[in-house]
Design a binder for this molecule. Structure first.
Ligand SMILES: [Zn+2]
Length: 181
């Protein structure tokens, strides 16, 4: 999944479950793991001139932001501070990790389950003491995957539809709560 493949299902599900949460923060939460890990991996490679294997423990684009520990830390922060924005982030990140796992288990059938980067990252460091391997060598190859993997096209389109629906629901929910005041 790329952008709307995450934002769409994530916002639609959370909007239905908790319509009072700040919608913008929910959107950020649904893509937060990628916002952290993709620049981290490619940034470190760019800065150090490292190859596909990455730098230190940052061996692919699913590392710190894709761990259950990261999700746990946001959840604990919410339980401590009780701020709706933290719950919005935690739920958004939870949908991201679930969708990455779903994508790897359903579409990435050529890779054995215990080598899947989403599984390794989500369970880090309990299942493996390191992160997964990067399946493509360059950022260009990574981006061009959208043309070779047909599921990426339809999940983006479906996601865009779901995001439009969630944004529309959010608008009508906030209009209704304003008129109730
Ligand atoms: Zn991801």
């Amino acid at each position: 999944m790329w952008l709307f493949g995450h934002v769409g299902p994530g916002t639609a599900a959370i909007q239905k479950l908790k319509p009072q949460l700040p919608f913008g923060v929910v959107v950020v939460g649904t893509i937060l793991p990628d916002l952290i890990d993709k620049p981290l991996y490619y940034g470190l490679r760019f800065l150090t001139g490292a190859g596909q294997e990455g730098v230190s423990f940052v061996t692919c684009t699913r590392t710190v932001g894709h761990t259950g520990l990261f999700l746990g830390a946001i959840s604990v922060a919410y339980l401590w501070k009780k701020k709706p924005a933290l719950l919005a982030l935690a739920l958004g990140v939870a949908t991201h990790l679930t969708l990455d796992m779903f994508q790897d288990l359903v579409f990435l059938t050529q890779v054995p389950w215990d080598e899947k980067s989403a599984v390794i990252a989500a369970s880090f460091p309990f299942f493996r003491p390191h992160f997964g391997a990067m399946p493509v060598a360059t950022l260009r190859e990574h981006l061009s995957a959208i043309t070779v993997n047909p599921h990426l096209v339809w999940t983006e389109l479906l996601g865009l539809g779901l995001f439009t629906y969630a944004a529309w629901r959010n608008r009508s929910t906030s209009r209704r709560s304003k008129s109730d005041r």
